[in-house]
Design a protein around this ligand. Structure first.
Ligand SMILES: O=C(COP(=O)(O)O)N(O)CCCCO
Ligand code: NA
Ligand SMILES: [Zn+2]
Length: 311
């Protein structure tokens, strides 16, 4: 069934597990993710960036938003696991309103690059509109470094836990993404992963809200290796080790944004299939090879984050 993201996350927050939020840009990734969640009997959060909406709508924002709502609801309404659709990194009013109008479960207002007061002001405005439409809201405090889609920042600025308390109380935001050292994309760290667990623990204590980890892909070595075996150039790729993610869940992370891991799995499956099947040109077959590995990654992530069996 199609649900509000807040319902999925409040339960996860109470029981200290996490639900991955998987990004999609097209139908194939959605089907692979859905199959994985059904097999694992897990709640499912599907999310789309503004770029994905523009892509699916062939440039038309409202069409793109409606495309994803239709696609997700078509399947969500006929399965017995809870499924939510979330606008990821809503930076532009036009996309946030289009998502609300189209029927998204929740929207992120990402004003994290603005000064604190400005972030608070914009978030308050979106919370008022979204809540009036029964839509839940995510916001981000502090900044991730790294680049992916149109989301980039030079330096990562870690969240200030005291500010986080004021922020959630003033804005009424439903779930918060505190920056604790991760970054988007496949090249997250120069050396070892450095997440500020103490800071995360304090944010949870002070806000008592479901928390979101951005830039949470693990960049799994076996999929990087497979993609490189068939011609990909991902040298230096490094993600958040799964045991570090588990620690984040123990400290109160409940939504784990995952995009890069699915992209690497897909390209590995696609490259391998194309190399091994030079005569093949049916998109259902070669895209199917990518889908298969995406489903594997999805099932593994649902399992170790504790979402499996929680539907
Ligand atoms: O935080 C994340 C996931 O990050 P990643 O999967 O790269 O670790 N996202 O918000 C996904 C999309 C980023 C912009 O397109
Ligand atoms: Na988000
Ligand atoms: Zn993100």
């Amino acid at each position: 069934m199609y649900v509000n993201t807040k319902d999925i996350l409040e339960k996860a927050s109470k029981e200290y597990y996490a639900v991955p939020a998987f990004n999609i840009n097209n139908m194939e990734f959605f089907h692979a993710i859905l199959d994985g969640a059904l097999e694992k009997r897990a709640p499912l959060i599907i999310e789309t960036s503004e770029g994905a909406i523009k892509y699916a709508g062939n440039g038309d924002i409202l069409k793109g938003a409606r495309y994803f709502v239709e696609l997700v609801r078509l399947f969500a309404d006929s399965v017995d696991i809870p499924i939510a659709l979330h606008l990821d990194h809503g930076k532009h009013f036009e996309y946030i309103i289009a998502a609300i109008k189209a029927g998204y479960s929740s929207v992120m207002i990402d004003a994290s690059e603005e000064p604190f007061e400005e972030n608070m002001k914009k978030t308050k405005e979106i919370v008022k509109i979204a809540h009036a439409a029964g839509v839940s809201v995510e916001a981000e405090l502090g900044q991730l470094a790294g680049v992916e889609d149109n989301v980039s920042a030079e330096e990562s600025v870690l969240v200030d836990p005291q500010q986080a308390k004021i922020f959630v109380e003033e804005t009424g935001v439903d779930f918060l993404a505190p920056a604790i050292g991760t970054s988007h994309g496949a090249f997250k760290f120069k050396g070892d992963a450095k997440l500020d667990f103490e800071r995360l623990k304090t944010v949870k204590e002070l806000t008592k809200r479901p928390l979101v980890l951005h830039g949470a892909s693990s960049v799994l070595p076996e999929y990087v290796k497979l993609a490189e075996e068939y011609g990909a150039d991902l040298g230096g790729a490094k993600g958040v080790p799964e045991e570090e993610l588990k620690k984040c869940v123990e400290l109160g992370i409940n939504k784990v944004n995952t995009d890069t891991d699915l992209r690497i799995a897909f390209i590995a499956g696609l490259r391998k299939y194309l190399k091994e099947n030079p005569k093949e040109f049916d998109p259902r077959h070669y895209l199917g090879a990518g889908k298969k590995l995406v489903k594997e990654v999805v099932m593994n992530r649902l399992e170790f984050l504790g979402a499996a069996g929680k539907a």
